[in-house]
Design a protein around this ligand. Structure first.
Ligand code: HPA
Length: 280
């Protein structure tokens, strides 16, 4: 039984990968997942081939405002990239395996490096909205694992190691790039929250005690799946707001989108230069 489920899942992943491959002129070297409000970065990709998620067999369709639902493949800073404008969140109602479907499709396309970005609430009180944070590690005790169920041995082991979920080498490249560009970059631990409600102030205090610097509703399932498949990961959070209870004001999605828009230039400059210096 387990075997049958594995084969079916694997077939669907292969089918999506071969559809995407049939549209591409070059083999992508780095996959970039663009978080809430960060999608416009994809407009800078040259010689772009754009594929709608709805045309890719088995691909979910993202339903959130600020997530366009397009794959943009082309070149940037001399590297072949495949960017995702819009991702799938657990809170949208997908099974956790659907939330990470694209990661396995990317692996099947031969991509081994991935840059994940997101909008996040700042828990560390030294952060300010508009800051960019390199993710050094994550906390995700409270969420279902995307690896739950029959293991797909073709991708990785049943019990994968997560000691270096975010590549130290890539973090160091990104830090150097930020320093050269005079962009003040933060580093910290990202905590996964299932959403879609923002957290309570008590939850944020608890997460701070646990060691989290930022909180968001994405990224972690994707990173777990990528690491399971042996991919290298770099993660960047855009701190779009201070997390619940830090400031005396309610949270809303508009604030997230407005801050992400304000950071667009800095974010683009940084990501372009990171891609240029990426050690493929
Ligand atoms: N909490 C969870 N997710 C988020 C936040 C937040 O404060 N800001 C942006 N995404």
């Amino acid at each position: 039984m387990n075997n049958l489920i594995q084969v079916d899942k694997l077939d669907r992943i292969k089918e999506a990968a071969s559809y995407i491959k049939s549209k591409l002129n070059n083999k992508p070297q780095v996959a970039i997942i663009l978080g809430s409000g960060l999608g416009p970065f994809a407009d800078q990709i040259e010689n772009a081939v754009v594929i709608d998620y709805k045309d890719i067999p088995g691909f979910p369709v993202s339903t959130v405002e600020g997530h366009a639902g397009k794959l943009v493949c082309g070149t940037i800073s001399g590297k072949n990239v495949l960017a995702m404008k819009g991702r799938f969140h657990y809170y949208e109602g997908y099974e956790i395996s659907q939330v990470v479907f694209h990661i396995r499709v990317f692996k099947m396309l031969g991509i081994n490096d991935i840059l994940v970005t997101n909008a996040a609430g700042g828990i560390n009180t030294e952060f300010t909205p508009g800051d960019l944070m390199l993710i050094t590690d994550h906390i995700s005790f409270f969420a279902p694992s995307p690896l739950r169920g029959a293991n797909i041995d073709e991708f990785g082991p049943r019990f994968p190691d997560m000691c270096e979920a975010y590549s130290k080498k890539l973090i160091s490249i990104a830090e150097n790039v930020a320093w050269k560009l005079n962009i003040n970059i933060k580093k910290g631990v990202y905590a996964f929250a299932q959403g879609p409600m923002f957290e309570t102030p008590a939850e944020i205090r608890a997460l701070r005690i646990l060691g989290a610097d930022a909180v968001g509703m994405s990224t972690v399932p994707e990173v777990i799946t990528a690491r399971h498949a042996g991919m290298r990961v770099l993660g960047i959070s855009c701190i779009t707001n201070m997390a619940a209870g830090i400031l005396d004001q309610p949270l809303n999605h508009e604030e997230v989108m407005i801050t992400a828009k304000n950071v667009e230039n800095n974010f683009s400059t940084l990501v372009k230069s990171i891609i240029e210096n990426w050690d493929i």
